[in-house]
Ligand binder design. Structure first.
Ligand SMILES: Cc1cc2nc3c(=O)[nH]c(=O)nc-3n(C[C@H](O)[C@H](O)[C@H](O)COP(=O)(O)O)c2cc1C
Length: 318
């Protein structure tokens, strides 16, 4: 069930997902002013001070109110990586609490102290998982919602089928369940809701918008890429992730020759020397639906129309 603080508040049950180097304040502002949840990773800024400046920018943008036709501004969300190699976690969490960021999306670890800190000011914590076991652990840490990152997702995607994964998570909880992975249209948001999801988290489709800070050549490549061009491998970062085959080739990477990657290290993966994400471009299986690069508000309006039409069709058939 959708958390009470979000019920009836969103223009579309959608999160513009946090993406390393591919989402930033402009995209968050456009998403929230369009009435959905707009998210970004704190680590997209090099320092906690930079993260604070982005919060200033986002708060000023959201103070302009919702766009025409939208009832309410959606809540903004920050992604915090809860892992021992993320040396910024404590400072970023402190700032998140001071600034009362409405939604926190945690990835890798589900830590009770992070959840308690966010609950102290009434914020919500949604946690990314790729397995039911990790969902159980997150519920034990008292998160408010679980993001089921399924097979075909961009970034560090999972492998589970969305129907099966949602079904098993729903048996564990009636808290907010968010479906992520290869969802790129309004009709697919409707399908996720019919399947039992409360919200959808969409990444790849939002790289293909005017406001994404991704490189122009990356956006252009998305327009020419389809599901079959996505390679899922642990060899680039140490954790399974989806990359565009042509981007691997353009960076001279031959996966057959590449040895196994060592343990995941956030300082290395998300550091200035890292090529992963900056030069080696990621997308999910839903990339085939990225065939134009509109402003985010236009995309969200379009998806809202597709969503309503799809639900009307379902009702008519029923
Ligand atoms: C380029 C890229 C970078 C990402 N970086 C992050 C990240 O820093 N933190 C995070 O929690 N998820 C990250 N993700 C995952 C997204 O938040 C989301 O779960 C995923 O994109 C959903 O699948 P989709 O791309 O198929 O829509 C990233 C995804 C992409 C495509």
């Amino acid at each position: 069930m959708l958390h009470g603080s979000l019920a009836g508040r969103l223009y579309l049950p959608l999160i513009a997902a946090p993406m390393f180097l591919a989402s930033g304040p402009e995209l968050v502002i456009a998403a929230c002013r369009s009435g959905i949840v707009g998210a970004f990773p704190a680590l997209n800024q090099r320092s906690t001070e930079g993260y604070a400046r982005w919060l200033d920018q986002i708060e000023a943008g959201l103070a302009q109110g919702p766009l025409a036709g939208v009832a309410q501004v959606g809540p903004h969300a920050v992604n915090l990586v809860v892992h021992k190699t993320n040396q910024r976690l404590q400072a970023d969490l402190k700032l998140t609490v001071e600034r009362r960021v409405p939604v926190v999306i945690t990835s890798l670890g589900a830590a009770r102290e992070v959840v308690e800190a966010v609950h102290s000011y009434g914020g919500l914590v949604f946690h990314d998982v790729i397995s039911v076991r990790h969902g159980e652990k997150a519920l034990a840490a008292d998160v408010d919602g679980i993001i089921a990152v399924c097979g075909g997702a961009g970034g560090h995607g999972g492998t589970l089928n969305p129907f099966a994964f949602l079904y098993e998570l729903r048996r564990l909880t009636d808290k907010t369940l968010i479906l992520a992975g290869a969802l790129s249209t309004g009709r697919q948001v409707a399908a996720a809701v019919v399947a039992g999801a409360d919200l959808v988290s969409m990444g790849t489709r939002f790289i293909g918008t005017q406001e994404s800070p991704a490189a122009a050549a990356y956006k252009q490549l998305l327009l020419e890429t389809s599901a079959g061009d996505i390679v899922y491998t642990p060899k680039i970062t140490g954790v399974n992730a989806s990359f565009i085959a042509r981007s691997l080739r353009d960076n001279g990477i031959d996966l057959d020759r590449l040895g196994a990657h060592g343990a995941v290290d956030m300082a290395e993966e998300l550091g200035p020397e890292s090529k992963a994400w900056r030069d080696i471009w990621s997308a999910g299986h839903g990339v085939g639906a990225v065939r134009d690069l509109p402003p985010a508000a236009e995309l969200i309006r379009r998806m809202r129309v597709e969503y309503s039409q799809a639900l009307d069709e379902v009702r008519a058939r029923a």
